[in-house]
Design a protein around this ligand. Structure first.
Ligand code: ADP
Ligand code: MG
Length: 221
């Protein structure tokens, strides 16, 4: 499903020094796996996820996603590749002025799906995640756990084959984290390939593959 070879992403620091956020990472994640990236803060988890999700381009090295070498893709082709990928950001990234159902389905607007159909799609996904009662609410009227479910619902509304989530339980209390863990277990059971970054031991227990990062380098777990 996803294969990287010698993947690197370097940034320039404030003193023009080189920051090796992701440094020579080669990994393979087969379809249907539950992969977890772990490692201390600053080890490159977010950077690697954004590369795997085709949200940013590597400094060097290759990513092959479903048989496509992303380096050779134009921006338009990358956008098409991204349609197979759902992304749950660490800070939820919900739009505060929009009701929950719009938050869940605005990514479907470019696909030409009209509002009534989007409302129905939102209702269905939110029901799966147990937050359908909040469909008309704005994000600030929701608890952290509910907001995170809405963020997961938005990623699922596009029916992705791959779901990426960046430290999805880090802003949640224990109970909400445990509930979200159950949701990821169910999503995985539907055949979606999951790639999460986390320190959460319950999520780590579900993993079929664990990749550990340290200063941008992958270390064997
Ligand atoms: P993690 O998610 O494991 O905490 P990150 O991928 O966010 O790690 O960051 C890895 C390293 O890259 C850190 O040293 C961070 O400061 C640096 N970094 C991340 N994004 C940028 C950026 N846009 N510009 C400069 N440095 C960055
Ligand atoms: Mg991070």
């Amino acid at each position: 499903m996803i294969q990287t070879e010698g993947l690197c992403k370097f940034y320039r620091g404030s003193n023009n020094e080189e920051i090796r956020a992701v440094d020579n990472v080669s990994l393979t994640i087969a379809a249907g796996r539950f992969a977890v990236l772990t490692g201390p803060s600053g080890s490159g988890k977010t950077t690697l996820l954004s590369l795997l999700g085709a949200l940013s381009r590597p400094s060097s090295g290759s990513i092959v996603l479903k048989g496509r070498e992303l380096n050779t893709c134009s921006d338009v082709e990358l956008a098409r590749v991204r349609r197979n990928i759902g992304f749950v950001f660490q800070n939820f990234s919900l739009l505060p002025r929009l009701p929950v159902w719009e938050n869940v389905t605005y990514p479907l607007i470019p696909r030409g799906i009209l509002a009534p159909a989007r409302f129905e799609i939102a209702r269905e996904v939110l029901q799966r995640l147990g937050v359908a009662s909040k469909i008309e609410n704005r994000p600030d009227q929701l608890s952290g756990g509910e907001q995170q479910r809405v963020a997961v619902a938005r990623a699922l509304a596009c029916e992705p084959q791959i779901l990426l989530a960046d430290e999805p339980t880090s802003n949640l209390d224990r109970r909400a984290a445990a509930e979200l863990t159950g949701i990821f277990r169910e999503i995985h059971a539907t055949g979606v390939t999951l790639i999460l970054s986390t320190h959460n031991t319950e999520l780590l227990d579900l993993a079929t593959d664990v990749f550990e990062l340290n200063e941008g380098k992958m270390t064997c777990p």
